[in-house]
Every structure is written in structure tokens, then in C-alpha cells.
Design a protein around this ligand. Structure first.
Ligand code: NAD
Ligand code: ZN
Length: 338
């Protein structure tokens, strides 16, 4: 088992990565816990033993479960179960479960401890770490939420064996992004040369380091959105059959080509991006039939945009937020992506 520490002063916590990590669950529960509310989905074939009195709460099967009524149902269930402020919520599932259960934990009794047992690759390298929780509104994704750091995160790579192939691929898109965020000091070796456990742990360590430096996303944490500006535009424009991680993959290649056009990176670095997304068998081109003008308009509306178009781009100092990118460069880069 590999343990990565998320350093946030009094809110610090371990991320434990490895086959069978879930079996260490009882060891990471906060002291004094006498009850655990286990929140999961029917399709998650993972059972956990918290070692204390527990009850299972099942939420809906897909992204639709990330809604306020789920939070109300959970909190009412917790109350009927007798969950107190001294107890714990345990989220067992992918990002939908950790986001919704994490938010319920953040608001139940004005905050009760939560432990995430992440069972998708995407949740293990991304969603379960960093304390962003929340649900969607019909008006938009993740519009209601809270920063609520977990007490621990368990990334049990054994649970990935039952994950549907397309969900695994989607997680790979998120993993691909970390190849370009691997900050100095975390190890000089290439992410590509690591075993799955080591790679999940390295991604967790990169995310942990970024979150430690900017818990509430007032600046640097935005680098975790590398590849996401175009990805979100593709998703808003209809998805074009791309899973989130696949859209991120196209977004990474786009960001590399844009950075090259702006003279920030050389062609070899663009090829590094292609090599990484190909190694995960992820897409690299904007799908046929996509209206480039619509994508540009959607990217202009991106929430990061404060002056001009803003992107997260690679460069001599690594990946950083770059404002005031000219629309013409964005359009020309998209044309290259066909
Ligand atoms: N909070 C954050 O920082 C953050 C970051 C990234 C993404 N997210 C959120 O995460 C969500 C996506 O998460 P996801 O990609 O994990 O998808 P998901 O949670 O929808 O899980 C995908 C599917 O796999 C099933 N599943 C989960 N674990 C399984 C297992 N071990 N075996 C078989 N089936 C399993 C689920 O029931 C679901 O049907 C989005 O809502 C996104 O907004 C949050
Ligand atoms: Zn993402």
C-alpha cells in the first residue's frame, strides 16, 4: 500500500492506494465514531466493513443522482439512522457518489466526517481528492456545493477490475493530464513507466500537492483543469459521443497545439502529448461535424475567462493559466485539429 498525504494543516489526510486498500477502512475512521452511513450505488459491486454499526444508503445510478433531492434523501436517512456529528459518512463509488455523499456530509449537522472509498479510476486520481463536493442544478453542473475535505481517501485498485471499459478509458483521460503536471520533486521517472498502483499514487500525489498549495482554487489549482477548456466546450456542445476523459484527451492535444502556436513549447513537446494520449488509446482529434465557431463561443464563456480567452497551457515554466489568448489563434488551432 502506498500512502500519500494531503497537507492541509488541521485538515490534512491520507490517500491510501493499493490492491485491497478498502480493507484498511476501519483504521482510518476518526476516533470516537460509533456509526457509519455507507453511501453507494446499486451498480458498485464493492462492499466495505467499517468495523462499526453501519447502514447502506443507495443513491441513483448516474449523473442524475447528483441533485439536491438526493442530498435531502440522504440527510433524512442519516437522521433516521441516528447518525450524529461524531459519526462518519463513507462514500463508496465513483465521482458521482463522492461528490453527492461528500456534500451531504458537508451539510448534515453542519458537517460530519466523510471517508471516500473511490472505485473508479477517475475518482481515484481526481474526484475523491481535494475536498470539492457538490451537486448539479438544471441550470448547470456543480452549481451547488462546498469545500469539505475528507478524513481519508482509499483508492483500492482491485475495485477497478469490475469497472466497465469505457469508464476505465475515461479515467485514463484524466490520468493523461497528470503526465504534464508532474512537478519537480515528486520523482524524476516517467509516469508511463510506473505500475497501475504507483501511477494512481503519483497522480494522487500531484493532485495533493496542487490542492495543498491552493485549497480553494484562488489560483494555481486551476492547472488541474489542464485540457478541460476545450473538453467542457465539447461536452456543452453535445458531447459528440465522447466520455469526459476522452474529451479531456482531445483538449490536451488542443492545448499543446495552441501552446506551440503561441511559441510556448516546441514541436517535440506537442509530440509528447500525442504519445501520451495514444498510449492510453484516447482520441486526439475534434470529432467530425463539430461546429468550430460554437466551440470558440463556448470557450469564451468559460468561467476562467476574465480578460480575453483564458487557457491552461504548457510552457517553459510548466503548465500555468494564460489569459488574453487571441481568438484567431484559437480558431487556427481548432482548424489544425480536424
Ligand atoms: N469533486 C471533484 O473534484 C471532481 C473532479 C472530477 C470529476 N468530478 C465528478 O465526478 C463525476 C464522474 O465520476 P466518475 O467518472 O467516477 O463516474 P461515476 O461516478 O458516474 O461512475 C461511473 C459508473 O461506474 C459505476 N461504478 C463505479 N465503480 C464501479 C466499479 N468498481 N465496478 C463497476 N462499476 C462501477 C457507477 O455506478 C457508474 O455507473 C462527475 O459528476 C464529475 O463532475 C468531481
Ligand atoms: Zn476532468
Amino acid at each position: 500500500m502506498i500512502t500519500v498525504q494531503v497537507e492541509l494543516g488541521p485538515r490534512s489526510y491520507p490517500v491510501m492506494v493499493g490492491r485491497g486498500a478498502r480493507h484498511a477502512l476501519s483504521e482510518v475512521l476518526p476516533s470516537g465514531v460509533s456509526r457509519a452511513a455507507v453511501v453507494t450505488q446499486e451498480a458498485v459491486p464493492v462492499t466495505v466493513d467499517p468495523g462499526v454499526t453501519h447502514q447502506r444508503f443507495v443513491i441513483g445510478p448516474d449523473e442524475g443522482a447528483k441533485r439536491l433531492s438526493t442530498v435531502e434523501d440522504l440527510c433524512r436517512g442519516f437522521a433516521r439512522f441516528g447518525l450524529t456529528r461524531a459519526d462518519v459518512v463513507i462514500a463508496v463509488g465513483g465521482g458521482v457518489v463522492t461528490d453527492a455523499a461528500g456534500f451531504a456530509a458537508a451539510v448534515y449537522h453542519r458537517g460530519v466526517a466523510v471517508v471516500h472509498v473511490a472505485t473508479t479510476l477517475l475518482a481515484q486520481v481526481d474526484a475523491a481528492i481535494g475536498g470539492k463536493t457538490g451537486v448539479n442544478l438544471p441550470e448547470g453542473k456543480n452549481l451547488v456545493g462546498a469545500f469539505w475535505q475528507p478524513a481519508a481517501v482509499m483508492c483500492d485498485t482491485e475495485t477497478l477490475e469490475t469497472l466497465p471499459t469505457d469508464e476505465y478509458r475515461s479515467g485514463c483521460g484524466e490520468m493523461a493530464k497528470y503526465h504534464f503536471l508532474d512537478a519537480e520533486g515528486l520523482g524524476g521517472d516517467d509516469l508511463a513507466d510506473l505500475s497501475l498502483d504507483e501511477r494512481v499514487a503519483r497522480c494522487a500525489a500531484i493532485k495533493a500537492e496542487v490542492v495543498s498549495s491552493d485549497e480553494r482554487e484562488s489560483g494555481r489549482r486551476a492547472v488541474l483543469n489542464y485540457g478541460h477548456t476545450l473538453a467542457h466546450a465539447l461536452e456543452t456542445a453535445g458531447g459528440y459521443g465522447l466520455r469526459h476523459g476522452e474529451a479531456v484527451s482531445v483538449g490536451l492535444v488542443f492545448a499543446a497545439r495552441l501552446a506551440h502556436r503561441l511559441g510556448r513549447i516546441d514541436e517535440a513537446r506537442v509530440q509528447d502529448h500525442l504519445k501520451v494520449v495514444r498510449s492510453y488509446e484516447l482520441p486526439e482529434a475534434v470529432p467530425e461535424g463539430v461546429d468550430a465557431g460554437e466551440l470558440v463561443t463556448l470557450m469564451e464563456r468559460d468561467k476562467k475567462a476574465t480578460r480575453g480567452m483564458t487557457f491552461v497551457l504548457d510552457g517553459p515554466r510548466g503548465v500555468e493559466v494564460i489569459p488574453a489568448v487571441a481568438r484567431a489563434d484559437v480558431e487556427a488551432t481548432l482548424k489544425e485539429m480536424r
